[in-house]
Design a protein around this ligand. Structure first.
Ligand SMILES: Nc1nc2c(ncn2[C@@H]2O[C@H](COP(=O)(O)OP(=O)(O)OP(=O)(O)O)[C@@H](O)[C@H]2O)c(=O)[nH]1
Ligand SMILES: [Mg+2]
Length: 379
């Protein structure tokens, strides 16, 4: 029904109508909303801000719709919001947890955000303490929080020494849940949930101790566990390899599921990458917050009479692998598992408790979501 359009064709898109009449006049009439014209030849980076009018013929010729622009939109949103990541360090007293916390902040993660220069000894940790730094790199903001915990094993009876840690982890889930079920809830809930727990194994060189097995068995049910062998500078290379293998066997024998858990591998590629990590875990780490001059460079290390152990040198220890796993390669996955597995289990359990019907039957569907509940939870 377009006047004057003979032998031509009509194209329609959401934002523009094209009437094309090539054979008779060799001209093309384009009826298009004025604001579209400005973006018609626009840079693809601007896609997402203003809809781009697109000739369907050209689209089919070149096969490009612009779906990939969603990545750019997501990137912008994520950069505006920033990221939060919470790591907890747990283990027996004196294994270097507080030192490693400082190492994490002073290493390449955020060398600039820690400005302490004075050499002070790290005191014994006596309460659970969170240390946060906002790190910015290439416009991406991340609030990295390390939760330092008091070491256990000092008591005569060390039974149930995992309980205060478990209580803290659950308290963070509870806080998140309360924010989430609030009628007037915030658009974005601040996330204090423990995404990952670094468990410190003493460098005995033998096998896992019952207390380590007990601790990890309980914690692995509520949080991602990444075990490390602490003070790895005290082991020879052979001792280190033997100990690592023995720990992996002990973990398997005791059915302790550590991160990255096999059952959460999403595809073959995931499996391939994670298998390599599983073969390296537990990382044998060395911690230090002191810098030394080595070959003209200032490096984090531990100076001894026979040389300096460089913390970030992978031929000396595996701290850099640990940091890369946590920060560079698996952070999002660790957060996803926290949110979709561990927090979800906590949430279902808590809502089940609250929604138990008078006859004792929980008012929860098989999929774990209460009938009346309209909760949406972000990953
Ligand atoms: N050889 C060696 N010593 C370390 C290492 N990391 C820390 N230390 C030393 O171990 C001692 C205890 O370190 P902390 O970081 O206070 O240990 P912690 O686990 O926080 O101890 P608590 O707070 O009591 O639980 C300090 O003298 C550190 O310098 C390491 O990788 N190798
Ligand atoms: Mg400490």
């Amino acid at each position: 029904s377009c006047p004057g359009l003979d032998n031509g064709y009509l194209e329609y898109s959401e934002h523009a109508v094209y009437m094309v009449d090539f054979p008779s006049l060799f001209c093309m009439h384009v009826y298009v909303r004025p604001e579209i014209i400005t973006s018609f030849y626009g840079n693809m980076a601007d896609v997402g801000k203003t809809p781009v009018a697109r000739n369907e013929k050209a689209s089919s010729e070149f096969g490009y719709v612009g779906i990939d622009a969603i990545l750019e939109q997501m990137r912008r949103k994520a950069m505006k919001q920033g990221f939060e990541f919470n790591i907890m360090v747990v283990g027996q007293s004196g294994l270097g947890k507080s030192t490693l916390t400082n190492t994490l902040f002073k290493s390449k993660v955020s060398r600039r955000s820690v400005m302490t220069t004075e050499e002070e000894r790290i005191p014994k940790t006596i309460e659970i303490k969170s240390i946060s730094h906002v790190i910015e790199e290439k416009g991406v903001r991340m609030k990295l929080t390390v939760i330092d915990t008091p070491g256990f094993g000092d008591q005569i009876n060390n039974e149930n020494c995992w309980q205060p840690i478990m209580k803290f982890i659950n308290a963070q889930y509870e806080q998140y849940l309360q924010e989430e079920i609030n009628i007037d809830r915030k658009k974005r809930i601040s996330d204090s949930r423990v995404h990952c727990c670094i468990y410190f194994i003493p460098p005995t060189g033998h096998c896992l101790r019952p207390i380590d097995i007990e601790f990890m068995r309980h914690l692995s049910k509520v949080v991602n566990i990444v075990p490390v062998i602490s003070k790895a500078d005290t082991l020879t290379l052979e001792e280190r390899d033997f100990f690592k293998q023995k720990i992996r066997e002990d973990l398997r024998a005791n059915e302790i599921d550590i991160y990255p858990q096999k059952e959460f591998d999403e595809d073959a590629e995931d499996r391939m990458i994670n298998e390599k990590i599983r073969a390296m875990i537990p990382f044998a780490v060395v911690g230090s917050d002191q810098e030394y001059q080595v070959n003209g460079k200032r490096l984090l290390g531990r100076k001894t009479r026979w040389g300096t152990v460089e913390v970030e040198n992978t031929t000396h220890c595996e701290f850099a692998y640990l940091r890369d796993l946590l920060i560079r390669t698996h952070m999002q996955n660790i957060k996803d598992i926290t949110s979709s597995i561990y927090y979800e289990m906590y949430r279902v359990r808590r809502l089940n408790e609250n929604n138990t019907k008078p006859n004792g039957q929980p008012a929860i569907h098989a999929n774990g979501v209460p009938e009346h509940e309209v909760l949406s939870h972000e990953m």
